[in-house]
Write a protein that binds this ligand. Sequence first.
Ligand SMILES: [Zn+2]
Ligand SMILES: [Zn+2]
Length: 302
Amino acid sequence: MGDYHVHLHNHGPYSGFGPPLGEYPRGHIESYVEHAASNGLTEVGFTEHLYRCVESVPVLGHFWENDTHDDLAAETEEFVTVDRTLSIESYVAAVVDAKDRGYPVKLGLEVDFFPDTIDAVLDFLKPYPWDFLIGAVHWIGAWAVDYPPSAHEFERRGIRQAYEDYFEVERQLAASGTVDVLAHVDVVKVHGHVLEEPPLELYAATVAAAASSGTAVEVSSAGIHKPVGEMYPAPTFLQLFGQADVPITLASDAHEPSQCGRDADVLAAAAREAGYSQHLVFDDRIATRQDLPNTNHRSWTH
Ligand SMILES: [Zn+2]
Ligand SMILES: [Zn+2]
């Protein structure tokens, strides 16, 4: 079993913790592998953010500029400018080097999905030896849906409209077949904005799109550590994926070594509860099914 959503640098300005932004000293990747192993995992799939890489500027563009909400555009511009400190070349070289040295690591990327630029992004990504790509909707236009300083937009838009806008982009990502796995598929809930009733029709449209394009979905524990206090996808949503035979990966969304592979038993238990007995691993963008480990963890509920 592997952790298939892992970052090698934290967000924001350099905090002094870990290597400087964009640097991959010997021992850094190894420390993630060690933490994963201590959590019983045998693989680490790294998935750096595309938008954080300086080389992504020509393909992603200044995507916030076409939005009429100037406040959201300003917030995103500031956030992306601070965060865009990594190099895709250095990142790929570091992971490939660790792989060549025999470490059980996979080269992935967290691809930001914008319907208008995804084709250019895929062309840009072609030369690199990816094992897998995960796709994420972090922005609706200029709105960074999971960025706490932009959470005020939920008041302007309303929670219901925010969900409809978010899931429309997520559905397009799922239908596109451009990535191997959908990342944190209901991250719109991250700050705790939830509807009284689960939006089953929005879930169903995303599930159907993933099933028809052959895209997997990750079971991520990251949401447990956020204000919403719930994994991605929500248990009801994960059950719908299971009923449609959409395969899963397991994910921590770690941003530092100590988070790598955390909650592995919770993830496996949640997957089993939703009816899964297997998960996917990837090599060279080819998926292989593996059995979920047996777990004695108590059922996961909130
Ligand atoms: Zn993400
Ligand atoms: Zn991530």
